[in-house]
Design a protein around this ligand. Structure first.
Ligand SMILES: [Zn+2]
Length: 394
């Protein structure tokens, strides 16, 4: 079974408007005042209903005169959002308006390579199908924690994904699920998620900094992801913050990721635990044999001064890079997201203080720096948004 696609740019534009919720024909007429006559608009809407892409939805309240018919996206529309992380995978099924109807998650190890990881992904999608959440998908969006050639739909030399280089991921998912698919990196998808349903709903130009195992930045310009010429825009984890700094796994010296991010933080915390300066972290190390970023968060919450200092130091480095980005890009909002962002307000306070101190007042005068609102679902909602942008284009 194949689902229909819009036949022209007018139909595509109408579907994107309906993605924000049902609209009356009169409202749609106001919103598409760029040259579509009322009869043309009604013709396109009728055609979308015929194609099974939209559906009538009763009548709007009268604005005086005849009541205008409401139209919505077809209630059968379904998108899959697949967010593959370094250590877990999240799969969700949404309706056409990208409301999450079902969401499942499980731990994986991305280093096992594409075959076993994709087996788990397709099992999880199948589970949502068995729950009756869909019979046919209109499209699937996929995110991975590494650089992606957006045009080809393949990961390219992803540092933490051995075995995935140039794996035809978009094609594999599209064939297995029988629908169009699109692939992007996880950070861009989180930014799209926040744009669609999170803190960035009313913001056209913003940055999302993801601090997970590594560090990356999603760049949204004029309501669209900016990917750069080859798709690597926003790869800020390997910007140099100290030319005398430690060697980074990438081979360069003093990268941001060598100072902060899940891996660096865990290593610093472990050395603090071993040297005995932090009883909290030493206790975690004794109990579990390792120390993680979450342990640092927990120790900081209990007032452990060493843990608090580790978070402040990391926040200062991130703030240093971000201050440069803010001066360069003049965003309307900065979102801090990712697992390590759950270090929360100590981290946020440090980042804010560095950015506000080091960027010029004109850039920061009206610049909120906030934590992600969607957290765990930002990636899957963003993945659904990515594929719906593709499906709702002519
Ligand atoms: Zn590096």
């Amino acid at each position: 079974m194949k689902t229909n696609r819009p036949e022209n740019p007018h139909q595509a534009a109408l579907l994107r408007l309906l993605r924000d919720g049902p609209r009356s024909r009169a409202q749609l007429n106001d919103l598409t005042s760029d040259g579509m006559s009322r009869s043309k608009l009604n013709g396109e809407l009728d055609r979308l209903i015929e194609l099974g892409l939209a559906a009538p939805d009763g009548f709007a309240e009268s604005r005086g005169g005849r009541r205008s018919g409401l139209v919505r996206l077809s209630p059968a529309t379904r998108f899959a959002g697949i967010d593959i992380g370094a250590t877990s995978v999240d799969v969700a099924v949404t309706d056409g308006e990208l409301n999450v109807l079902g969401h499942v998650s499980e731990p994986i190890d991305i280093r096992n390579g594409p075959a076993p990881v994709l087996d788990r992904v397709f099992d999880l999608v199948g589970k949502l199908r068995e729950q009756g959440l869909y019979t046919q998908l209109n499209g699937a969006g996929i995110g991975v924690p590494g650089p992606v050639s957006f045009a080809e739909g393949v990961p390219v030399v992803p540092p933490i994904m051995p075995g995935w280089n140039r794996h035809p991921l978009r094609e594999t998912v599209s064939q297995e699920l029988g629908c169009p698919a699109m692939l992007d990196n996880d950070v861009n998808l989180m930014a799209l998620g926040e744009l669609h349903a999170g803190v960035a709903r009313q913001v056209d130009d913003f940055l999302l900094v993801k601090i997970g195992t590594g560090v990356g930045c999603g760049i949204v310009v004029d309501g669209r992801i900016y990917r750069g010429v080859s798709g690597s825009a926003g790869d800020i984890g390997h910007m140099m913050v100290d030319e005398d700094g430690p060697v980074c796994p990438c081979g360069n010296i003093g990268c941001l990721e060598a100072y902060f991010g899940g891996s660096a933080l865990a290593a610093q915390a472990e050395s603090a635990a071993r040297s005995g300066v932090s009883p909290h972290l030493a206790a975690r190390l004794a109990a579990t044999g390792s120390v993680t970023a979450e342990d640092v968060a927990m120790a900081a919450a209990q007032g452990d001064p060493v843990a608090i200092q580790l978070i402040r130091d990391g926040g200062r480095r991130v703030g240093q890079v971000l201050a440069g980005l803010v001066s360069f890009f003049n965003p309307g909002l900065v979102i801090i997201a990712g697992g390590v962002a759950r270090l929360g307000h100590i981290l946020l306070a440090e980042i804010r203080s560095v950015v506000y101190r080091r960027s010029l007042p004109l850039a920061t005068g009206n610049l909120p720096i906030v934590l992600s609102e969607l957290e765990d679902v930002a990636g899957v909602v963003g993945a659904a948004r990515l594929i719906s942008d593709h499906v709702y284009s002519a």
